[in-house]
Design a protein around this ligand. Structure first.
Ligand code: ADP
Length: 170
């Protein structure tokens, strides 16, 4: 079984050590995957996030997972797409790198990522997938399982094409 896998699923229901959240700089919750994670983890998550005092774009912070199956949540802040000339590719890459750094420090063996920035932040999906996979490949010796957890069929199709059929689990 390959370390990097793609699934089309709700990330809040995954039984992995860590799920990554596509958060905003306030870390105080929002729509999309952020809202879903806060609903599933319970109000303790918002309390924990409040204490962190925000997070700059391109960085990440870690909290417990509270009522989630995942032990930890890493809140990673991806860039808003505004044409690509404002450092968006570097910021997206550093957001994935920061998440992996925190996951290693937490001694996680399995981690799942949503397609960061590809929702209301409008990052082009194919470009975002290339960046995500590039960073995932640089960490594939350190984890038992790295899951690209896509929610929409378009992202799932892109990741499946880029990873090849062997990486599909569903
Ligand atoms: P961003 O602001 O970073 O664009 P969004 O939450 O709007 O964040 O979208 C990021 C990605 O998360 C999108 O591809 C969206 O389809 C996906 N998503 C939304 N809900 C879930 C969920 N429950 N599990 C996994 N992915 C989700």
């Amino acid at each position: 079984m390959p370390v990097i896998k793609v699934i089309q699923y709700d990330i809040t229901d995954l039984d992995v050590d860590i799920i990554v959240n596509a958060a905003n700089t306030t870390l105080l919750g929002g729509g999309g995957v952020d809202g879903a994670i806060h609903r599933a983890a319970g109000p303790e998550l918002l309390e924990a996030c409040r204490k962190l005092g925000g997070c700059p774009t391109g960085e990440a912070r870690i909290t417990p997972g509270f009522r989630l199956k995942a032990k930890w949540v890493i809140h990673a802040v991806g860039p808003v797409w505004s044409g690509g000339g404002r450092g968006e590719p570097q910021l997206l890459e550093s957001c994935y790198q920061s998440a992996f750094r925190l996951a290693k420090d937490a001694k996680a063996r399995s981690i799942a990522f949503p397609c960061i920035s590809t929702g209301v932040y409008h990052y082009p999906k194919e470009d975002a997938a290339h960046t995500a996979l590039k960073v995932m490949y640089t960490h594939d010796k350190e984890f038992r399982s790295i899951v690209a957890c896509c929610f929409d069929a378009e992202n799932a199709g892109i990741y499946r094409r880029l990873l090849g059929p062997a990486a599909s689990q569903d």
